[in-house]
Design a binder for this molecule. Sequence first.
Ligand code: MD3
Ligand code: FE
Length: 203
Amino acid sequence: THEALADGAILMHGFALADEAAILHAIEQVVEAAPFRHMNTPGGFRMSVAMTNCGAFGWVTDRHGYRYSPVDPQSGDPWPQMPPILQALAERAAQEAGYRDFSPDACLINRYEPSTKMSLHQDKDEQDFNNPIVSVSLGLPASFQFGGLKRTDPVRKYALHHGDVVVWGGPSRLFYHGILALKQGQHPLVGSLRLNLTFRKAV
Ligand code: MD3
Ligand code: FE
């Protein structure tokens, strides 16, 4: 079932479930080449979410700022290629939401442990906001906060579960959003973690 969270934001419940094993295997392959790490914000804070990337570009942050980089700063090597199963999943979800030619060149992989959160922010490091973002949630459920174009706009909360896919486009593309502190739990395949994939066209 598809649920409209806002104008342009479509939640597809369980869209990734049929491919869960292949998706998790693909993530393991990426993490072998580019391990999860805690990046630092320009303000000097260590992010509680651990991150890695695959694809031609990866999202990075350090004391110089937020940006997309073709190389993993930790190794100096290009990011691992986007596994075809992940690329196909993102394109299929975008098509289902009405984006006929979305072709992501970046996939950020976020790892949440219990108590880890992501504060309210906008995603605006990409070149063309006409492209949507596709997100895939795996493992433990999260409470997702979704506001508006201004930081002070009221927020709504939604639960994101294992296998849920959301396409964020149109007006919702620049809405403030965040993830509340992860609650403890055990997922049969993923363990005591939440993984989130965000597919973007960076360049
Ligand atoms: C709404 N990640 O990596 S995914 C991020 O669950 C990020 O790890 C969260 O926010 C996570 O930047 C949320 C849902 C999401 C992703 C991108 C969005 C929601 C969005 C872009 C615009 C509006
Ligand atoms: Fe975001």
